[in-house]
Design a binder for this molecule. Sequence first.
Ligand code: LLP
Length: 412
Amino acid sequence: MNPFLYNGRNLQAEKVPLEKLARKVGTPVYVYSSTALISNFQALTRALSGTPHLICYSVKANSNLALLKLLSRRGSGFDIVSGGELHRVQKAGGDPCKTVFSGVGKTEKEMAEALRAGILLFNVESGEELERLDQVSRKMARRAPFALRVNPDVDAKTHRHIATGLKKHKFGVPFEEAVSLYEKSRRMKGVIARGLDCHIGSQMTELAPIKDALRQMAELFNHLRARGFALSYLDVGGGLGIIYRKEKPPSMAEYSRAVRKAAVQTGATILLEPGRVLAGNAGILLTRVLYRKKTKGKTWVIVDAGTNDLLRPALYEAEHEIQPVYRRAGKPVLMDVVGPLCESSDVLAGNRKMMLPEQGDLLAIMSAGAYGMSMASNYNSRPRPAEVLVEGSRFRVIRKRESYGDLLRGES
Ligand code: LLP
């Protein structure tokens, strides 16, 4: 569902006029629709009905406590990649027994914290990590449930910075080494094999690589079972893409059909780690136009949000749709929408044909609910934006705008 629609000429978040929200909270501000987030979660759950599964929302996409609470209350599990994310999940009332721990570089401290919390599954990415997990958990007189993240050498057909499933990437253990590592784990008293895991990339818009990886995973899963490993979980990672502008990602139904096939082939409980597909289109970044200027053949619109607030365009050449909060009449012109940072790459939208906004107008940078605030930084000593959650005709600040005091915290 799209919760950001016009009422006449005015863009709203659900039933809240964004103009009103911006006047109250200021800009730049991230605005999330609780209805959209929940309905995305429920749509995926529905698409998977009949398939034994657990959705483990990938916390890195958007880790705001209020969003985690919305999901955990509806039964979601979580995919974490750090002790900090575990802390957030616990603070949000999330269930560690429904939480998987991914990532190539878990520290001993993080392993111990996750063991203490009673995590569902450690997704282990190397032989040395498995040995470390074994040591840590033996010291605590525990047995850590683990899955190996294998790298199926599949091209996810996405931007090179967010593809993870090829041999040249740092992620997972090579497919060929997986069996011998599982075999090795039999001699380790601190770990117990419970699953198999992969994640081949993010913002995937094609089904073929997903199917390819799932087919390989199902085969390996069955092979491991036949060797006597009591695996219960097939973790298929995240990665389903969304529409930013003109992409045509597989629908949740198509994606779920592919996943169901793997479930049927293996009898496994499927773990999913979606991030973007749940949160991406549930959020926007609202920003105000500071200045316009024309240089040789170019029109610039300078806004109060920068790529420190939304890094995606600068880092991945990502294109986010931009919509005016007040729709003006006139003829669209070609422009660059840029932020205030001292960086030439601080371009939120380049060569975009849009109606020229007036100074002081508000613009909504769309599809910013995932990997927006969670990747924001204080570069140029800019306090990070506030975050607001909308629910029908109500809204509340779920993270205060940072102050200058926040900027200096811990410094002397
Ligand atoms: N599981 C693992 C092991 C992951 O590494 C990721 C994302 C996910 C699940 C969730 O993937 P999703 O469903 O959101 O595609 N910052 C980039 C995306 C990086 C993704 C990193 N891993 C961006 O803004 O496009």
